[in-house]
Design a protein around this ligand. Sequence first.
Ligand code: GDP
Ligand code: MN
Length: 391
Amino acid sequence: MKLHEFQAKEILAEYGVPVPRGRVARTPDEAAEIATELGGKVVVKAQAHTGGRGKGGGVKLANSAEEARHAAGEILGMQLVTHQTGEAGLPVHSVLVEEQIDIARELYLSIAIDNSAGKPILIASAAGGMDIEEVAGKTPEAIHRQLIYPHCGFQPFQGRALAFAIGLDADLLRPAAELMGNVARAFEENDGAIVEINPLVVTGDGRLIAADAKFSTDDSADFRHPRLTELRDTTQEDAREVEAHEAGIENYVKLDGDIGCLVNGAGLAMATLDAIKFEGGNSANFLDIGTANNPEAVVTALKIICEDPDVKTVLVNVFGGLARTDIIAEGVVQAMTSGMLTQPTVVRLAGTNVEEGLKILDDSGLNVIRADGFAEAAQKSVAAAAAASKG
Ligand code: GDP
Ligand code: MN
């Protein structure tokens, strides 16, 4: 789950990470009020789940309450387009109004999961305020890393080594190491997926302060963090992903192809995506229905898939273990007879109750494209999608 910058900063502040003074506003008047409280000179920042807001017109400096009101008026209600959002952009319903900070240096700090090491990794760079992927591509030597060993946590010596590597003055080595340790604790205790402070600022008077903050948490750990899940902002998420989440389908991810895939189990889902790619097609989503034990869940899943205008063909590829293929077949028949599912539909069933499942499809008299094997299912869906897009 992604958090907004103001939420991320609230959490980091609880862990002792210095952040600018400021508050969130939902109207220009509120923004002006906060600017007055802060003495007039503020920065007004769009709260949307994306980076690159500065370049997209989502971060504005204001030197008075009036200017803050004006800036908030321009930002609130905008559809913010950045290099991360795609053309549609993201809606902005709130702005963070903060005191302006006197920036002497912009550094970079983040923690992510290093999948190959199987551990969190803390990354620091002197090249802050820029696109870190670009820095990593052009000047990989400017990126410094320390793995975090879960059994002992981030160690002060690691912090000092990083602080030294990014060229901090002697008197900032200790505060920087402490700050990194605090960010690491915030990451761990909230089941972080990624936390990124870009820029981490050295101020004119020699203090460290997190001028920006991104925080994403691991959805699988939502159940341990009721307080965090209250911070979820569904206006920033894909509408179908939200619907799937609410229907208890944990794994629905929108992709950019035209074949909608209903599968069970993440392994089968990924294998199906690969098979479609291998046959020259592209999947429109990744939907893992899990152990669907009633046809209604199957119908809901198919609804989410077939209402996506990008979907030209639906592929149902289910290997019944605990999931019963007759229930899957029942759901497919209901979705088609009700007139909801109108795209050509390829069905491949195997495993538990497969005879019953196939009989349900046969008896329905519906025009279901049957496939016996995995490769055949992928071939037939790619062919059907190609035919459908030719019209
Ligand atoms: P992002 O573009 O979404 O990453 O948003 P940031 O919060 O990182 O803001 C973009 C840029 O705006 C920063 O890299 C800074 O250069 C600038 N900026 C943000 N806050 C301040 C501030 O308080 N004072 C000044 N002078 N610049 C700021
Ligand atoms: Mn930033």
